[in-house]
Design a protein around this ligand. Structure first.
Ligand SMILES: [Zn+2]
Length: 253
């Protein structure tokens, strides 16, 4: 029997400070035995290194989040770079472009995105891409980037998803695919070849049905996975196996 996994979670977030042990126990209960912990600050990464379990295999990544570029100075970025080279940092991310909250700093966002891509390329590590209201600029940067990676919490069109797949990228699907208005995410799932698909929670946000309204957590990734397997008409076990292979192929070092 293959286990479930969460390819993108923030269990190092404030939201889990009080009950992380129970959250990890529910992961084991739901057979979610692997997870990638994402950090947007060096301190979060150091904390993520201390999150451990006998039964769950964790991977960890670090990156300057596009929403944080205004506050990130050279000195802070130098500290990120030290950890990028660390073997316990298995991916660079989440990095990318987010024009939803701030369109005034596009050039600064692109600058951080490009320099972190360059580092990932040199270190031969995959990138985890955050893109919101910025899909064309994201694509224009990635098309010549020469790195492997994943479009995390993908929320754009099926057509663009196929373009990222052509660049060698994986497409990761989060909880919204289970929501009532999930027409487009369900189309995306069908447009992406199974060998390029990943699943994630992005917890504590984007909680899947039937837990919507509550804090999200990695054990809930099973709702997203089951929904997609059902939509694709694939047996759950075969789907899990494929997702597992994809995850290990992407995050190999
Ligand atoms: Zn995230």
């Amino acid at each position: 029997m293959m286990n479930w996994l969460d390819s993108h979670c923030h269990i190092n977030d404030e939201a889990f400070k009080d009950d992380l042990d129970e959250v990890l126990a529910r992961m084991v209960e739901n057979d979610v035995l692997e997870a990638m912990i994402i950090s947007s600050h060096v301190e979060d990464f150091e904390y993520a290194l201390r999150i451990d379990s006998d039964q769950i295999a964790f991977k960890r990544s670090l990156g300057v989040y596009p929403g944080d570029v205004n506050e990130t100075d050279e000195k802070t970025f130098e500290r990120f770079k030290e950890f990028f080279a660390d073997e316990r940092c298995q991916a660079i991310g989440e990095i990318g472009l987010d024009y939803h909250w701030d369109k005034e700093n596009k050039e600064r966002q692109k600058g951080f995105f490009l320099s972190q891509i360059e580092i990932a390329r040199k270190l031969d590590k995959p990138i985890i891409v955050h893109s919101r209201d910025a899909i064309q600029d994201t694509y224009d940067i990635l098309k010549d980037a020469g790195v492997r990676g994943v479009m995390h919490c993908y929320s754009d069109s099926p057509e663009m998803a196929r373009e990222f797949v052509k660049l060698g990228f994986y497409i990761s699907i989060a909880g919204p695919v289970t929501w009532k208005n999930a027409r487009v995410p369900l189309e995306v799932v069908k447009a992406v070849p199974l060998e390029r698909l990943l699943i994630e929670t992005d917890c504590p946000y984007l909680t899947p049905v039937p837990k919507r309204g509550q804090r999200n957590e990695p054990s809930y990734v099973v709702y997203t996975g089951k929904k997609i397997a059902e939509h694709l008409g694939i047996a759950e076990e075969a789907f899990k196996k494929r997702i597992n292979e994809n995850y290990h192929e992407l995050f190999r070092l």
